[in-house]
Every structure is written in structure tokens, then in C-alpha cells.
Design a binder for this molecule. Structure first.
Ligand SMILES: [Zn+2]
Length: 140
């Protein structure tokens, strides 16, 4: 049981509008920064703040760029008629699931399994970065 043509085109529209929303947000954010840096002469403290803001912005952008990449991949899959098929077990991913998460590459049962593993990895990563923070404080 695969996705119907009408369902696919609904999903494709959803993916395209998601992509547009993110790319538009990029443009606005970029413009704001440009105005700020040309109008203000930054002293050292402001410089540091803006470095921090810039790194925060980059992180935000990286996350969104990653999502845009996934959206692009989904579009490619639609074009090659591989969209909506679980990468793990080849079963059809439910339309409702794809509407909620158009970049889904796994069916719900494979995703549940992957999420449990991710959860375990996340806890490990978090405790690692906590350790880093403590190191930084200690170095001062
Ligand atoms: Zn699966």
C-alpha cells in the first residue's frame, strides 16, 4: 500500500513551503546583522557580544540548513518515487506521519527503535559537554 498521487502532491507542497519559510528567515536574519554591523562602531565588549551572537546564529543556521538538506532529499525521493518508504524495513510510511514530519525516513516502529538508541547517545553526549563546561571554569 503506497501513497496516493494526491497525497504525494500535498506532501510535496508542504515540503516546498517549509523550505521557503526557512530560506526567507535566513534572508531577514542576514539583513538585520548587516545593518547592525555597519551602523554601530563596536567597542571590545560589544565585539565579544556580537561574536557570541554570531556563533549562536551559526548554530541556528546549521540546524536549519540541516533541515533544508533533509527537505531537499525528500524532494529528490518524491522525484524518483522512493518517497514515503521506510529506509530500514521498506514498508510504506503512513501519510499522517509524513504530514506531521515530511522528512521522515523511517516508519513509526523503526523510528521508535532508533529514538531509543538516540536517547542513549544523547545522554552520553550531554554528560560529555557538561564535563567540558566544568573544565573551562576550572581553567580560569
Ligand atoms: Zn520501518
Amino acid at each position: 500500500m503506497s501513497l496516493k498521487k494526491r497525497q504525494l502532491s500535498t506532501l510535496k507542497e508542504k515540503i516546498l513551503s517549509e523550505k521557503e519559510r526557512i530560506l526567507n528567515a535566513f534572508d531577514e536574519a542576514g539583513e538585520e546583522r548587516f545593518h547592525l554591523s555597519t551602523e554601530d562602531r563596536l567597542d571590545e565588549v560589544d565585539q565579544a557580544t556580537s561574536e557570541y551572537e554570531r556563533s549562536q546564529m551559526l548554530r541556528f543556521r546549521n540546524r536549519d540548513l540541516f533541515y533544508v538538506k533533509k527537505l531537499n532529499k525528500a524532494l529528490e525521493k518524491i522525484a524518483s518515487e522512493e518517497y514515503g518508504v521506510c529506509e530500514d524495513c521498506d514498508s510504506t510510511i503512513k501519510f499522517e506521519r509524513l504530514m506531521a514530519r515530511p522528512t521522515a525516513e523511517l516508519c513509526i516502529s523503526c523510528k521508535d527503535e532508533a529514538e531509543r538508541e538516540e536517547q542513549a547517545n544523547f545522554v552520553t553526549r550531554q554528560s560529555k559537554s557538561m564535563g567540558k563546561k566544568i573544565d573551562l571554569v576550572g581553567a580560569r
